[in-house]
Design a binder for this molecule. Structure first.
Ligand code: UGA
Length: 415
């Protein structure tokens, strides 16, 4: 058992803290936000993530974690994970001020030779910037990027594809690797810079893959090809793989849009041509336009167009609407004078968008049902119950989540 701390208990920090408890470590979770710390100490999660609140209550009852705003609680920690947000700056680069300020604030308190481990996604070279920010030469700066997906963060922590640890010395990296020794996976031990780049390269590669998938789906639509068959056929090639091949309304969330732009910014600074990054961003914006245009063309009279929307979150199993393609598309439709009523099982309010907590409201007198998030709940909807409520039985399932036959048999026409 090691004495571990997590600084910043947002989405990544809380998952990391609870994951470390499960691995048998003694954990202090520190944050400057008193309200958050109070809620977490009482066993209430500050965001929705399947299974997380239960795990939180469980670890609190076992006394394996404490939540605090008191910096002195970090004084006896051997390993301190920095899990601070690195939001997008105006020029597209990642803003590391939260990370650096937190480090400056805690550094004087940390014990001799403490390991300071960067979990946040940070611009290349941030580990060096951090070292320069303190006169504590004894602190060991480690780069250990997170690869957690919202909605499946706990299982991603338990069963990662790999754990990446970057350090100046192999021994230091191995010491951090030991914290995770109960997890059976590949350990990638490298230098700090390479570890930082692995994170950006992975997220950007996935975003580029999805942009290509969405463009192929658009091509299928024009040619009359079946996109699911085409992508299934493509994915059977082992070199390509069948994951991350589902077309949708564009990639969003708090990571891909930010990280692709940040890598583009780094490439620019380094004078390395990476045109795929800007092309992927452009392709992603095109998806929002393509969907909006198709609706306006097919459903007609835009002055009276009334749309019931299923899904607001940027993907299923989360209440996160940051850079949600659903919100982008809804705003474009609102801009074209459509009236919208939206339902999402985890998102109840969004500025400027009318929402309801009753699915039947979505169907009331609408010209179109538009599916924008792939919640499995939507599969359970019985279309025969609602077909009588709609003005026109059009449906546009941008996620391919519904059973087409079932909905068609109930009288709905897919766009
Ligand atoms: C992403 C990465 O997948 C994680 O590995 C990484 O740790 C995380 O960013 C991060 O940097 O913190 P996340 O943003 O939670 O995780 O979401 P993903 O599941 O990767 O989905 C991203 C977007 O792609 C969503 O809008 C999703 O709907 C879309 N998507 C995903 C598709 O349209 N089709 C797919 O087949 C898969």
């Amino acid at each position: 058992m090691s004495k571990v701390a997590v600084v910043g208990v947002g989405y990544v920090g809380l998952t990391q803290a609870l994951g470390m408890c499960k691995l048998g470590h003694d954990v202090v979770a520190y944050d400057i936000d008193e309200k958050k710390i109070k809620m977490l100490s009482a066993g209430s999660s500050t965001f929705y993530e399947p299974g997380l609140e239960e795990l939180l209550k469980n670890q609190i009852s076992k006394k394996s974690i404490i939540f605090t705003t008191d910096i002195s609680a970090l004084a006896d920690r051997e390993f301190v994970f920095l899990c601070l947000p690195t939001p997008q700056d105006e020029d597209g680069s990642a803003d590391t001020s939260h990370l650096i300020n937190a480090f400056i604030a805690i550094a004087p308190t940390l014990q001799q030779d403490c390991y300071v481990i960067i979990k946040s996604t940070v611009p290349i070279g941030s580990w060096q910037t951090l070292s320069n920010e303190s006169d504590r030469d004894d602190l060991v700066i480690i780069s250990n990027p997170e690869f957690l997906r919202e909605g499946s963060a706990l299982s991603d922590f338990d069963k990662p594809d790999r754990i990446v640890i970057g350090a100046k010395s192999r021994t230091h990296a191995e010491d951090v690797g030991k914290l995770y020794k109960k997890i059976q996976t590949k350990l990638v031990i490298t230098d700090n810079t390479s570890a930082e780049l692995i994170k950006y390269a992975a997220n950007s590669f996935l975003a580029i893959k999805l942009s290509f998938v969405n463009d192929i789906a658009a091509m299928c639509e024009n040619l009359g090809a079946v996109s699911t068959d085409v992508l299934f056929g493509v994915g059977l090639d082992n070199r390509i793989g069948n994951k991350f091949l589902t077309p949708g309304p564009g990639w969003g969330g708090s990571c891909f849009p930010k990280d692709v732009r940040a890598l583009a910014r780094i490439a620019n600074k380094e004078n390395v041509m990476m045109p795929l990054l800007t092309a992927a961003i452009q392709s992603n914006e095109n998806v929002h336009d393509r969907i909006t245009q198709k609706i306006l063309e097919k459903v007609g009279d835009i002055d009276k167009l009334s749309i019931g929307v299923l899904g607001l979150a940027f993907k299923a199993n989360t209440d996160d609407i940051r850079n949600s393609p659903a919100i982008e598309i809804i705003n474009k439709l609102l801009h074209s004078n459509a009236s919208i009523m939206a339902y999402d099982p985890a998102v109840t309010t969004v500025d400027g968008i009318k929402t309801t907590n009753s699915i039947s409201d979505i169907f009331n007198e609408v010209n179109l049902i538009l599916v924008l998030t792939e919640w499995s709940h939507f599969k359970q909807i019985d279309p025969t119950k609602y077909v009588k409520l709609v003005k026109q039985p059009f449906i546009y399932d941008t996620r391919g989540v519904l059973d087409r036959k079932k909905w068609q048999n109930a009288g709905f026409n897919f766009l």
